[in-house]
Write a protein that binds this ligand. Sequence first.
Ligand SMILES: Nc1ncnc2c1ncn2[C@@H]1O[C@H](COP(=O)(O)OP(=O)(O)OP(=O)(O)O)[C@@H](O)[C@H]1O
Length: 788
Amino acid sequence: MEATHSGRYGKAVLGNDVEQREYLEYDMDKLFQSISVTRLMTSSFRNLETSASAGPSSPSMRMATRTTPQSPRVFGSLSLKQALRDRCVSRASEMAALKRLSNSTAASPRVSEADRIKSLYNQVSNNRSVDKGKGSLVQTSLMPVNSDKASTSRSVPQPPIPIHEPSQAGTSLGSRRVRDQVLEIELDENVASPSALAFVEDDVKEVDKHVTSPPSDSSKRDDARELEKKILSPTLDLEKKGKLNNNTATSGTEKSRTVCKVTPKKKILLKKKLKIGIVSVAKKDEEADVSLDSSATKLLCQRCHCSLKSTSIDNHEICAESTSSMSNSIGKEAHQVASENSSTSCNVSQRSEAEIVVMRQNVSSRNDSGNKFDFSLSSKDSLGGDYSRSTSMSEESNLTRFSCGNKPHMSMDVRWEAVKHAKLQYGSLGLRHFNLLKKLGCGDIGTVYLAELIGTNCLFAIKVMDNEFLARRKKSPRAQAERDILKMLDHPFLPTLYAQFTSDHLSCLVMEYCPGGDLHVLRQKQLGRCFPEPAARFYVAEILLALEYLHMLGVIYRDLKPENILVREDGHIMLTDFDLSLRCAVNPTLLRSTSPPGNDPARTSGPYNTSSCIQPFCLIEPSCQASCFSPRLSSNQQQNLAPEIIRGEGHGAAVDWWTFGVLLYELLYGKTPFKGHNNDETLANVVLQSLKFPDSPLVSFQAKDLIRGLLVKEPENRLGSEKGSAEIKRHPFFDGLNWALIRCAIPPELPDFYEFGGGQEAAGSPEGNDNRYLKCKAIGDHLEFELF
Ligand SMILES: Nc1ncnc2c1ncn2[C@@H]1O[C@H](COP(=O)(O)OP(=O)(O)OP(=O)(O)O)[C@@H](O)[C@H]1O
């Protein structure tokens, strides 16, 4: 019988306090009943029992006491009963202690205790973030997770663990214990929400996973060293926690069964979310500082663990709230958005939008003039596939992040393998490793060739730029900007940079080749020289996702036109040409929409009043423009300039929404909306002329309404200026479009592809081009290369 009780109790240790008590009471009842059937209690025993039962205060416990008369001859059983009761009291007080700790935000003397824990924890986590950028374990404790106490406590019960002040010598171990304590507290403070619950359960399982093997003595002795390792790995942190659990929980076998159910996906989710927690922790810790820049907190990039920055006051508030309140919905949203935005290569489904969540990104220009500006972006509902979604981040972190060369959405690409293999084989890549097959086109800063990597069947587009020419024409910064941006990109509708190298003063960018030509050419081939509305809708939808991604990276594209939209072999698009783009630093901010459903400004055209959550619209000081745009722009580029650029007022991301409107107009009507007889007239029209739609071809009201919303002359009233792409995506023109799966949608039919590798301009033989050279010649402001 004792063995049975012991077994039950063993389970109860793993349950929450309520269940534990129930188990115990049940067990005690059973025990006492079995004893009492034959025995009478002596008065002395009654007295003894009465005094022994004075501790439990719950009605059920008192009832158990009254209904379990004991015999002096079963003293052993009575001792058991006594022990059980003592244990109940002990467990109850443990639970109470935990509860006290968990009520960290209550204005009571207990606050100091919880605060002390948090402060210790923050100290640890901050150290980790700074040191290695990977310590993210107990950041979960500050996430607004589920309040399902039963599920959480049942799975991760932990008796109070001694909390040690970190000391010079023993910081590691002490800190670890503190973190574990905080984790448990947080699990008791969870907020109900299905997603949060899923996360907590995942967390629990992940912790449980490591309970199976008891820690050896040597592992305990190596705590400090192991903690160092954990700083590098959140997963290891969890392992360590599991081991700690194991110190107190003994039913590891049972737990190990749970572990098997943990899918890799869930673990990934867990890790992502753990990292998100860093924001909360750090923000909470930074308390008083309300300066955007000074409150900057280093975060971790999900993909390569480089640092990200989050600097918004709003985030600070959100995180503080989410820390302190069980039912804080903002915190949940912050968590949700953060986890979505930081997810890498995640499987995408069209999820229901939490409409109240948007991401505003304050953008600080890093252009030469050093001017600053802000703009508003949305990132909540932007997915075009399983490409990486980057949260906004600083320029520095962008560079760090992408220097990893990690491009998840291209991971299955054979061209990556080919290039990687060639690099291994040759040491480094050069022009000599490519067969230049054909000149694809000539741009302002270089010439693009179709090329085959020798020995492979892989085709690439190589942009060749002459460094001396660029320097002479002061175009080097443009080339550099393009190179930097290309390095950052990993998106299905943006070019992939496979390699870059310099050969004989020629800078070369090896990119993905698009055999489908550009939308300008494609449009010419359409009946009536304009696209049918469904085709136009498809193309602009993909462009919208590309722009959204660029904006999230802090890139304002600024050169949207059909010529820069290339068509891939599969009919999907690729936005190219980044030498006029502007890079900025972006900071994410979580906003709450105040618009009631059905009253969404994106649903109607015309001026869009900004809501209270909107910062002043992004503006670059006019002085920036000289450095942003060279005075020499083609007439095509001038036609696409937004009014604020022409007026010299400075500009921000909204210029891309203007050009987006021009693009849609052009695809549907086959001409640009403000075209004049010459460039000057066109520029004047852009600023002054009101928008008109031709009678033919017939275009839907929704399409015209969207164009009207986009071609608003004042950028602050333009569609997209408030919440970025999210506003545009919600426009009725896109109704029914599955944004998440657009990459899988069937593209509009294409005329025959270009013939490559044999056309007029094809050059060289398939054997290689070892004996051939590129000769450059300047034609006006352009540079032409010739193969000979
Ligand atoms: N990846 C590619 N695949 C196929 N063709 C390409 C690719 N990249 C560029 N091209 C072709 O090469 C031409 C030149 O491209 P590039 O980006 O250098 O200049 P641009 O867009 O014409 O001019 P600028 O950079 O001065 O605005 C383009 O018009 C396009 O037709």
